[in-house]
Design a binder for this molecule. Structure first.
Ligand SMILES: *Cc1c(COP(=O)(O)O)cnc(C)c1O
Length: 433
């Protein structure tokens, strides 16, 4: 039996997705039949089917309609009172005000829920809004969080500069050594009564390191912590942390693969349980970082082609990584799909594909890296990822400049990295020569 199956078997009773409640799923029977069929459908079928929303006009339109309304007409005072008290009213519209929920946003959110196989999803105005809503929603003064490194630059800044201002302590873990005593060792980091969250990101930015999500989820279950993963670099096409690893919360920066066209800033929070989903609803409604209907429309549209885009990203990145790996001017290539990647096996266990991001070190260090990225002709010097263009950037001088050199070298003992995203039309070979 595969290691992943053994742990999954062990966790099964704890991680059965909770789809029974109807509180947030005010669904017609025709709709629930459709969702039942979709549960077992192919990824692409789940991705292209519009998310359900309680409204006849909305239901009959084929693509997701943009409902540009801040507020919604109510049937009677009781309807308004019930919705204000967070309850759904049988047979009536569930919409009160768009900071609470909006049909376009809810429809796109339910597409993500289906792909991530969670209980429910909230859409946020950015990936950072999703991350801060989750962190500030789960943590209070005096609490403690364990963080598996590396994490996105903005996440690193929130954890190291913002959380301490609210009296929340952070312990950093660097687990990329396939440590057989990991469970025991990291259990000792848990402070009874104070540790509430275990946070991870996989694959990690910019080194494409893989965090063992089963380990994170098992630590969470053992010590009653909420396990969170930022799965942006994988997308639900390559990795479904709730269904396969029993994680509690999956975050995406939908500005990347999910939107897929570099024309959108958005984030998502998918929860395994109804309790967590409601908790984040309460936080998001008060913090206010929700996604508007126009951007939700773009997101809903982007998700429909996620599988074809990811399939191509996976294939191209593998070819580019192999090309760079054999190039004399390249010192090191970091790509989980290469056998030499220290967690290639782990990546193969928990992911379906290795993604479209490749990191590499150019011989000659930072200066040589700058020369390369500034002289590429077709590949664009720009941050971000997940769109259809091929991009290149230099994390050590750009996106990860705010991570101190000491920390960078401690967690990622090399400097001068580049990070690139490749897709089908990139003529990288020509450019590097
Ligand atoms: C881009 C990114 C974020 C932040 O998302 P925004 O949409 O830019 O706010 C968070 N995590 C990862 C892994 C990212 O790549």
């Amino acid at each position: 039996m595969h290691r992943i199956d053994i742990i999954r078997e062990h966790l099964r009773s704890d991680v059965e997705p909770n789809n029974k409640s109807t509180l947030m799923n005010n669904t017609s029977s025709k709709h629930s039949q459709k969702e039942q069929i979709l549960k077992n459908a192919h990824f692409s079928t789940r991705a292209v089917s519009k998310g359900y929303v309680h409204s006849s006009g909305f239901e009959s339109a084929l693509p997701t309609p943009i409902v540009a309304s801040s507020t919604f007409e109510l049937d009677d005072v009781n309807h308004g009172a019930e919705l204000s008290a967070k309850r759904q009213v049988e047979g009536k519209s569930p919409f009160l005000y768009s900071r609470w929920s909006n049909p376009t946003s809810q429809s796109a959110a339910s597409q993500i829920t289906r792909l991530e196989e969670g209980f429910g999803t909230h859409l946020c105005s950015s990936g950072m809004a999703a991350i801060s809503t989750v962190l500030f929603g789960l943590l209070s003064k005096g609490d403690h969080i364990i963080v598996f490194t590396p994490v996105y630059g903005g996440t690193h800044e929130i954890l190291s500069a913002e959380l301490p201002r609210y009296g929340i302590d952070v312990t950093w873990v660097n687990d990329h050594h396939n440590n057989p005593n990991a469970m025991e060792e990291y259990s000792k980091l848990v402070i009874k009564g104070r540790t509430k969250v275990i946070y991870s990101e996989s694959p990690g930015n910019p080194t494409l390191s893989i965090t063992d999500l089963l380990l994170v989820s098992a630590l969470g279950i053992k010590h009653d912590l909420v396990s969170v993963v930022d799965s942006t670099f994988a997308s639900p096409y390559n990795q479904t942390p709730i269904a396969t690893c029993g994680m509690d919360v999956v975050i995406h920066s939908c500005s990347k693969y999910m939107g897929g066209h570099s024309d959108l800033i958005a984030g998502s929070i998918t929860s395994r349980t109804e309790d967590l989903h409601l908790k984040f609803f309460q936080q998001l409604k008060l913090f206010g970082g929700v996604l508007g209907p126009f951007d939700s429309f773009l997101l809903a549209r982007g998700i429909k082609t996620l599988d074809v885009r990811m399939e191509r990203h996976n294939r191209n990145a593998q070819l580019v990584a192999e090309f760079l790996n054999s190039h004399e001017k390249i010192d090191k290539v970091f790509y989980p799909g290469l056998k030499q990647h220290p967690q290639h096996e782990l990546a193969t266990e928990q992911m379906k594909g290795y993604g479209g991001m490749v990191s590499f070190e150019v011989r000659g260090g930072v200066e040589a890296g700058i020369k390369l990225v500034e002289n590429l002709k077709l590949i664009v010097l720009a941050v971000s990822l997940g769109g259809v263009e091929t991009l290149v950037e230099q994390p050590s001088t750009m996106t990860h400049g705010m991570v101190s050199k000491v920390e960078r070298e401690k967690f990622n003992p090399f400097i001068g990295w580049l990070r690139t995203l490749f897709r089908h039309y990139s003529r990288f070979e020509k450019c590097i020569r």
